[in-house]
Design a protein around this ligand. Structure first.
Ligand code: SF4
Length: 272
């Protein structure tokens, strides 16, 4: 059971070190998608909370829009990522509408945006997203694996793979800069269906795919290991960690992805 709360914060636009964006906006603290590999759990470490509890609580920043209306005027215009350490379209957004109202404000003040989510709920806001100049909005859906039983282990609170692929198709039909975020690539789980995943992404009409590796940070290895132990046999778990110790693993994978994506006409950008 996810616990919900509310909080007033002091600012809502934070400077971002992420390549290609100037600011990040996170309407919520915590994320009920609760992905076991999520390293946004560093937020919990900073707050003195147990990072293994990531996914169990979501706090809405109730004054987000009020603050944003001031900050868009005070700050210099620049690309805004929604979001970096929470999912802007997790279930609570259905009723809180913070992301929707943030987008309305950014559009009114002509701030370019990049939206990244795992949820088809993004489609609710297509009316606003389509009001941005087409070069000023990028929308991405994250897909990390094809098998939905595995997905339930790694992303227990997130929408199904099928729902995300369907959403990607609709998004690509409406937004020129739609991308699929294939990340993190999880050894054995993403890779066993990697070719089929790339084909599905291309078939959905998406032209660009962004790839990231699995980053072991903020004690996410503890939640990954816990999930592996609860769901898979010892041999598979040993193999999983053995692959991750190979310093050339992701480099070798890069070549394979570039070749396969190239054949499908997909542009590929790597975060690693
Ligand atoms: S959806 Fe994103 S922010 Fe939320 S738990 Fe998963 S990886 Fe973390």
């Amino acid at each position: 059971m996810v616990r919900y709360g509310e909080k007033k914060v002091r600012s809502i636009m934070s400077k971002s070190g992420i390549y290609g964006v100037k600011y990040a906006i996170n309407p919520y603290i915590g994320c009920e998608h609760g992905c076991v590999y999520c390293y946004a759990r560093f937020v919990y470490i900073k707050m003195g909370k147990d990072p293994l509890e990531w996914g169990e609580e979501v706090i809405a920043k109730t004054n987000a829009v009020e603050l944003l209306k001031r900050e868009v005027v005070a700050n210099r215009r620049g690309r805004v990522l929604i979001s970096s350490v929470t999912d802007p379209y997790q279930p609570i957004e259905r009723t809180k509408l913070l992301t929707r109202r943030i987008l309305e404000t950014l559009q009114r003040y002509k701030y370019p945006v990049v939206i990244l989510t795992k949820s088809p709920l993004i489609l609710r806001d297509l009316d606003i997203i389509k009001k941005f100049n087409h070069e000023e909005v990028e929308a991405g859906i994250t897909i990390t694996m094809l098998n939905d039983d595995d997905r339930k282990v790694f992303e227990p609170g997130a929408p199904s793979v099928d729902a995300r692929i369907k959403a990607l198709r609709i998004l690509a039909g409406n937004i020129a800069n739609t991308f699929a975020f294939l990340g993190p690539i999880i050894p054995l789980f993403t890779t066993k269906d990697l070719s089929a995943l790339l084909e599905l992404i291309a078939d959905a009409g998406v032209k660009r795919v962004v790839i990231d590796k699995l980053n072991l940070k903020a004690r996410n290895w503890e939640s990954i290991n816990r999930a592996l132990k609860e769901n898979y046999d010892k041999a598979k778990i040993r193999e999983f960690w053995r692959i991750l110790r190979d310093p050339y693993y992701y480099k070798k994978l890069k070549r394979k992805i570039i070749n396969e994506a190239g054949e499908l006409g997909l542009q590929v950008d790597f975060c690693y």
